[in-house]
Design a protein around this ligand. Structure first.
Ligand code: BDR
Ligand code: CA
Length: 309
């Protein structure tokens, strides 16, 4: 798989889950603005790969802003660096000198089988890829994105952050003809890093586990302050857990669209779970229910595997 991300505390855990799971081969990481500015997201990605002992994974820098409209950042959740909390050593590796779209395009074109693209930030890079290089569509097994919701939002009352940050890019992805799976807030709010989960991380006898626990501490404080959560929802790794173990998430086919206008609702996903628009073909699978115990076993198992390598 390829991972397009904006790390970010939960993106960081998604990277660890991918790297620590023998079922997954991570072919590259592309970065985007989102939780923080693009420079910060890229540095964070390199630091996380170093922490995981996988500085060999290629990283390419992506979009500094959306296809249209203003740049919106999530530092109010993830802190000034985008990954506040524990100090991480400075990375030695550098990003490639090709950009994110080019790394995605090349990797897909050169692969001998279709590759899954997972997007855990604003989906600008993937939208740009599909807009500018539609010839790669047959090489994409599917796009699994974290974003949207069947219910309410978080960045605005109705819009989730990633879909709010670049709705035009998501619109391109939804119309592209690639198979799409949406992992929205309705699902990820079931993926709570409870005190027991954080204790299981912090008692691991290695830096990868203890750093993950400290990330959850910072992220949890943000979620408590902003949205009154008792434990933080660890959104982004849900996308990858679904690839590792299909039984971890229940899905439902639906027509989904994203609001591009709307006085108050720009970036909101419209998810037609009950076929209220019968003329609109179903264009996505929507994540509905998470087996949280299984999910945390996968995530914690991967973190522990990386830490003890
Ligand atoms: C999404 O926005 C960011 O805060 C997280 O990394 C996640 O991708 C949740 O709305
Ligand atoms: Ca993210």
């Amino acid at each position: 798989m390829l991972l397009d991300c904006d790390p970010g505390h939960d993106d960081a855990v998604a990277i660890l889950l991918a790297l620590g799971s023998p079922q997954i081969r991570l072919l590259g990481v592309t970065t985007t603005f989102g939780n923080c500015a693009i420079e910060d997201a890229t540095r964070n990605a390199l630091q996380i790969l170093k922490l995981a002992g996988r500085a060999d994974v290629p990283v390419a820098v992506g979009a500094a802003g959306p296809l249209s409209g203003e740049v919106h950042l999530g530092n109010y959740v993830h802190g000034a660096s985008g990954l506040d909390g524990p100090e991480l050593p400075a990375p030695q590796a550098k990003p490639l000198d090709i950009d994110a779209v080019e790394l995605l395009r090349r990797t897909l074109s050169e692969a001998n089988a279709p590759v899954t693209v997972v997007a855990t930030g604003p989906i600008t890079n993937v939208g740009r890829l599909l807009r500018d290089h539609p010839d790669v569509v047959p090489q994409i097994a599917e796009v699994i994105f974290m974003g949207g919701s069947t219910e309410r939002g978080n960045h605005t009352p109705t819009a989730e952050f990633n879909t709010f940050a670049d709705p035009e890019a998501l619109d391109i992805v939804l119309r592209s003809g690639v198979p799409v799976r949406m992992v929205g807030l309705n699902l990820t709010h079931q993926a709570l890093a409870t005190p027991d989960v954080v204790r299981r991380m912090s008692t691991m006898p290695h830096t990868v586990g203890q750093t993950s626990a400290a990330w959850m501490g910072f992220f949890g404080d943000s979620y408590n302050r902003l949205w009154e959560f008792d434990a933080p929802p660890v959104h982004d790794p849900c996308t990858i857990a679904a690839l590792i173990d299909p039984s971890v998430i229940e899905w439902r086919g639906a027509f989904i669209a994203v609001e591009l206008d709307g006085t108050w609702t720009r970036g909101t996903t419209v998810v037609d779970l009950y076929d209220r628009y019968p003329e609109q073909p179903r264009n996505a699978q929507v994540a509905m229910r998470l087996d949280a115990d299984r999910y945390w076993d996968l995530v914690l198992g991967a973190i522990d595997r990386l830490g003890t390598l």
